[in-house]
Design a binder for this molecule. Structure first.
Ligand SMILES: N[C@@H](CCC(=O)N[C@@H](CS)C(=O)NCC(=O)O)C(=O)O
Length: 118
């Protein structure tokens, strides 16, 4: 892997507790799998950094080499690879994802928007 790509990946993972390597941006995902993970993280109220691999073909391949996982999206928590769309969705369904964030000390604000203010 190119040194610059490796450095970029390290910087993103060192600088952000939750990172989603995805296609497009959290506001405008360019792939249904990426959109689904954004939806899960948004539902749980987790702050995350979205990194758009479509902006850099080297990063698109580099993150696959780094994780030894063949597809995008890829979710990382505290520098550790958690999984792609299927894994994230399954973990969300079983409650395992919420537990994982708790265990890692990641703040979740699930349902905050829906709570009454008075
Ligand atoms: N089953 C995968 C679905 C993701 C997927 O198949 N991604 C494809 C299409 S977006 C991909 O990344 N292909 C390689 C590429 O586009 O570089 C998952 O759980 O994340």
């Amino acid at each position: 892997m190119d040194n610059l790509v490796a450095e970029r990946i390290r910087q993103e993972l060192d600088g952000n507790d939750v990172v989603l390597f995805m296609k497009g941006t959290p506001v405008f995902p360019q792939c249904g799998f990426s959109a689904a993970v954004v939806q899960v993280l948004s539902y749980l109220g987790v702050k995350f950094k979205g990194v758009d691999v479509l902006q850099d073909p080297g990063l698109r391949q580099g993150i696959k080499d780094y994780s030894q996982w063949p597809t995008i999206p890829q979710l990382y928590v505290k520098g550790e690879f958690v999984g792609g769309c299927d894994i994230v969705r399954e973990m969300a369904e079983t409650g395992e994802l919420e537990e994982h964030f708790q265990a890692k000390g990641i703040e979740q604000a699930k349902g905050v928007e829906a709570q009454p203010t008075a």
